[in-house]
Each structure stands twice: as structure tokens, then as C-alpha cells.
Design a binder for this molecule. Structure first.
Ligand SMILES: CC(C)(COP(=O)(O)OP(=O)(O)OC[C@H]1O[C@@H](n2cnc3c(N)ncnc32)[C@H](O)[C@@H]1OP(=O)(O)O)[C@@H](O)C(=O)NCCC(=O)NCCS
Length: 172
């Protein structure tokens, strides 16, 4: 059993390594709804430390290798007290507890920030993502049907929601 990764808030200096990690997931295809690669600068702005980022944590191993990240952002189509989440574990190290360890930090911070719910938008064909968020306690909220991929293939987008406890003290 691998050691539990350490979790810490992201820093702008992580952007290059995290862009590599995310772009490998995008290039592999079939999971994330993201289809275009990110420059480190764009990733930092949109998902790491930019003005719409509510929080973002990284997981790293004992050598400092980044194993994954999880971001919570404000998006225009959601109420102000609902954050939108994205989770990415390094290819080759999935299903080893990285996403779960990140979510423990994210949900505690989201509760501190006074958020009511966390939304996850997941491609209907991303069975791993659907299972992962379900295991964290997310429940089905709504479906946006047949959103085309870049090549035109229609894929439903599943919205799952996690209801936060009323105060940080209730987070276990
Ligand atoms: C989805 C993702 C973030 C999960 O991260 P992870 O570190 O592998 O998740 P964990 O190891 O913490 O798994 C937590 C639980 O979900 C389950 N799970 C995670 N991925 C799974 C998969 N692909 N298939 C089946 N179950 C899966 C685990 O088995 C575990 O179950 P358990 O609690 O019964 O042991 C990771 O697979 C990933 O980066 N996928 C590509 C990007 C993506 O699709 N992100 C989600 C949309 S934003």
C-alpha cells in the first residue's frame, strides 16, 4: 500500500508541473471534459491561484513529486455559494487515494468559506470520475444532454452535488 500523499495549498510555482500532469490526462482522452492543453500561465489563472479560484490543493509524495491537484472555482452559471470542482490524479497513480486525500482538504476549506454545495460536472462516459465523486458523497443533481466534444461527438454531462455541513466544526 503506497504512503498517504501529503496535501498542501497550491503555489504558482507548481503551474508548470501541473500543466504537464493535466495535459497528459487531456491527451489520453476519455475522462476529463477538458480537451485543449493548458499553458502553465493559463492553468494558474483558471484553476490554481486566479481570482475565481476558491481553493486548490496539491498532493505530493515524499520526494516532492506532484501526484495530483483539486481545484474549486466560482463559475457564472452557479450560485455564489456553490463551487465547481475539478480533480486530477497523475496518470499511473490513480486509485491510490490521491483524489480522496485532496477532497478531505477541499471540503474542509469549502465549509470554512461558507459554501453550501460543491458541484462536479462529469462526462457521462467517465465512469471512473462518476465512481470517484459518488464515493466522496456526491449525488446526482442534473444532466446536460448531448454536449458535443471538439469532434462533434455528443456526450451527456452529469452534474453531481456534495452538500457541505453548516459549519467547519461539523466536518469530520
Ligand atoms: C477521477 C480521479 C480524480 C480519481 O482520483 P483517484 O486518486 O484515483 O481516486 P481515489 O484513489 O481517492 O479513489 C476513491 C474511490 O473512488 C474509486 N475510484 C476512483 N477511480 C476509479 C475508477 N477509475 N474506477 C472505479 N473506481 C474508481 C476508488 O476505487 C476509491 O474507492 P474506495 O473508496 O472504495 O476505495 C482520477 O481517476 C483522475 O484523475 N481521472 C482523470 C481526470 C478526471 O476524470 N477527473 C474527474 C473529472 S474533473
Amino acid at each position: 500500500m503506497p504512503a498517504t500523499p501529503s496535501i498542501r495549498p497550491v503555489r504558482s510555482e507548481d503551474a508548470a508541473a501541473l500543466a504537464d500532469l493535466l495535459n497528459a490526462i487531456i491527451a489520453a482522452g476519455g475522462t476529463t471534459a477538458l480537451e485543449e492543453p493548458f499553458s502553465p500561465e493559463l492553468l494558474d489563472e483558471v484553476f490554481l491561484t486566479g481570482p475565481e479560484v476558491l481553493c486548490c490543493f496539491v498532493a505530493e509524495d515524499a520526494t516532492g513529486l506532484l501526484l495530483g491537484f483539486q481545484t474549486l472555482i466560482r463559475v457564472p452559471h452557479l450560485p455564489a455559494d456553490v463551487g465547481d470542482i475539478g480533480t486530477f490524479a497523475r496518470i499511473g497513480t490513480v486509485q491510490r487515494g490521491i483524489g480522496s486525500a485532496l477532497f478531505a482538504a477541499t471540503k474542509a476549506r469549502a465549509a470554512e468559506l461558507g459554501l453550501r454545495e460543491i458541484n462536479a460536472i462529469i462526462r457521462a462516459d467517465n465512469t471512473g470520475g462518476l465512481t470517484f465523486y459518488g464515493k466522496q458523497g456526491f449525488v446526482d443533481h442534473s444532466v446536460k444532454p448531448e454536449v458535443p466534444l471538439a469532434d462533434g461527438t455528443p456526450v451527456d454531462r452529469i452534474n453531481k452535488r456534495y452538500v457541505l455541513p453548516r459549519s467547519a466544526a461539523e466536518v469530520k
